[in-house]
Ligand binder design. Structure first.
Ligand code: HEC
Length: 490
């Protein structure tokens, strides 16, 4: 689903338009004739690239070219101008109405930095002495010792019946002899084109026994796990739907496309108990061809007895997803009942209970979601969750799939995160610069907007899927509306 080429083609047109407009209004530096000697060189722009780009734009990094050396940067100068002027690079998704987050200054170009980059490009992207730079400020300060955990062998994903998705759980063994906090988690998908998410669950106590039994039964190769890892604690029932994690075991960390936040806020960690196993759930989406994968997790552990950290828990706040077909489209796929039957077929009966469970826990009914609205371009949903114990909220994230375009997480009407232009490829978790306290009786609301028009359907093998009734579901071509909090009990 990486579509940088067409996007760049589009943004290039837009940037030319912007540049033309700027010249017309005389507001741009480009109208001021620059003498050749005044044009900045690599030495001038390199510190900006080192701080704000090179963490990703590094050889072997997630970006398509390096911004650590002058030649590579100069070769991409036009693209750099376009992407920085449009605010597409560095990628930063929260809207202006979001609060401040840790590390955001490294992901936002100051106006003077943008102007400097523009002058460098327009002045011919001069290389000068051209010394290479190292990424600045992206190394980890988290306490503890690093451990790399990987499944015993590679795995070739295969889709469930008639679907495009595989959820596979791998057993990882950290062999902890004492309780420890995870202070940093780097999850490395080996096949990023097909990995849609990775979640690390702690399997302690009975869950560890279950996880090892399931893995042994599969010859050590892991097991299929739609809905959740399938451990004792882990069945999505109507009462577990309202708890912190839809009935799943504690989360340690998660990876989604665009994820770049690895260290927990200083002074915090996620507790993993002695003897626990870690279950790594990988969602493979097979819109692209299946390839063998061996995603791995690099975790930093600090012994709990020696390090006094505040333990964080993940709290999931899902909202119902009920997206009818556009008016005038008549097909069996536009029936909600057919949509439920398809989920049962693809992901099993438990996973297919979720749409009804979500309506129930959010106090909604199908009458809140008209089945034949005049337009399906702006379908909204939300869920209010009452806070039942005092919390300190450190982190917040949102999750939707392809048809979602706006997601907001609020506490009593105060925005904790707003992503006004949702992009599946740029998901991340955001740590609040100032953690926020929530008290018993407060309301956390997650709200999402979706467009279920014919042209907004997911592209599979170069073709748009036919519009259909879309429910909350496990597949990338289904939808989700999920708020996630990382919080400590107070
Ligand atoms: C968080 C990681 C990250 C940071 C930080 C980042 N980039 Fe990128 N950049 C990417 C990725 C990944 C792509 C590929 C986008 C895609 O394929 O959708 C990309 C694409 C680009 C492209 C388009 C390349 C193409 O051919 O499509 C340009 C230009 C670019 N980045 C410039 C920059 C500049 C300049 C900065 C800093 C001011 C920066 N980026 C910061 C990750 C990053």
């Amino acid at each position: 689903m990486r579509r940088s080429k067409p996007v760049l083609a589009f943004v290039a047109v837009a940037a030319v338009a912007t540049a033309v407009a700027a010249i017309a209004t005389g507001s741009s530096d480009s109208t001021r004739p620059l003498s050749r000697s005044a044009a900045p060189t690599w030495a001038d722009v390199a510190p900006v690239f080192a701080e704000k780009c090179a963490g990703c734009h590094t050889p072997g990094g997630i970006a398509p070219f390096s911004l650590r050396n002058a030649r590579s940067a100069a070769a991409h100068a036009d693209g750099i101008l376009v992407m920085t002027e449009l605010g597409r690079m560095p990628p930063w998704m929260p809207g202006r109405d979001s609060p401040a987050y840790l590390g955001q200054s490294r992901r936002i170009l100051a106006p003077a930095e943008k102007a400097l980059i523009a002058r460098w490009v327009r002045g011919g992207a001069r290389i000068g002495a051209g010394r290479p730079v190292k990424p600045v400020g992206s190394s980890s300060n988290a306490p503890g010792t690093t451990m790399t955990l990987a499944p015993t062998s590679t795995y070739l994903p295969k889709a469930a019946v008639g679907g495009l998705d595989d959820y596979h759980c791998f057993l990882l063994e950290p062999h902890l002899t004492q309780d420890a906090y995870v202070t940093s988690a780097v999850i490395k998908p080996q096949q990023p084109t097909i990995v849609h998410h990775v979640i690390l669950f702690e399997a302690a106590g009975e869950n560890a026994v279950d996880a090892r039994r399931l893995n042994d039964a599969a010859g050590g190769k892991g097991w299929t796990c739609f809905g959740g890892p399938g451990l004792s604690e882990t069945h999505p029932t109507s009462d577990s739907a309202a708890n912190d994690r839809l009935g799943a075991p504690p989360w340690i960390s998660a990876w989604v496309p665009g994820h770049a936040t690895n260290d927990l806020p200083s002074g915090t960690g996620v507790l993993v108990h002695a003897g626990a196993a870690i279950v790594m759930q990988v969602h493979y989406n097979l819109i692209h061809r299946a390839k063998r994968d061996r995603s791995l997790a690099v975790l930093r552990f600090a012994p709990a007895a020696e390090t006094h950290l505040t333990p964080l828990n993940t709290i999931l706040i899902p909202a119902p997803v009920e997206l009818p077909c556009p008016r005038g489209v008549h097909s069996a796929l536009c029936s909600r009942d057919v949509a439920v039957q398809q989920e049962i077929k693809k992901y099993g009966y438990n996973a297919a209970l979720i749409p009804a469970g979500l309506l129930y826990i959010c106090g909604k009914s199908l009458s809140d979601y008209p089945s034949s609205p005049a337009s399906v371009k702006s379908l909204t949903t939300s869920c209010d969750r009452r806070v039942t114990r005092p919390l300190r909220i450190y982190g917040v994230a949102g999750h939707m799939h392809i048809r979602g375009y706006d997601i907001r997480v609020e506490l009593n009407g105060r925005t904790l995160l707003h992503i006004p232009r949702w992009n599946f490829h740029w998901q991340d978790a955001y740590y609040l610069a100032q953690p926020v306290d929530a008290n018993v009786g407060d309301t956390i609301r997650v709200s999402c907007k979706f467009d279920n028009s014919a042209i907004k359907q997911p592209l599979v093998n170069g073709k748009l899927l036919k519009p259909r009734y879309v429910l909350w579901g496990e597949g990338t071509t289904d939808e989700m509306c999920l708020g996630l909090l990382q919080a400590a009990d107070r």
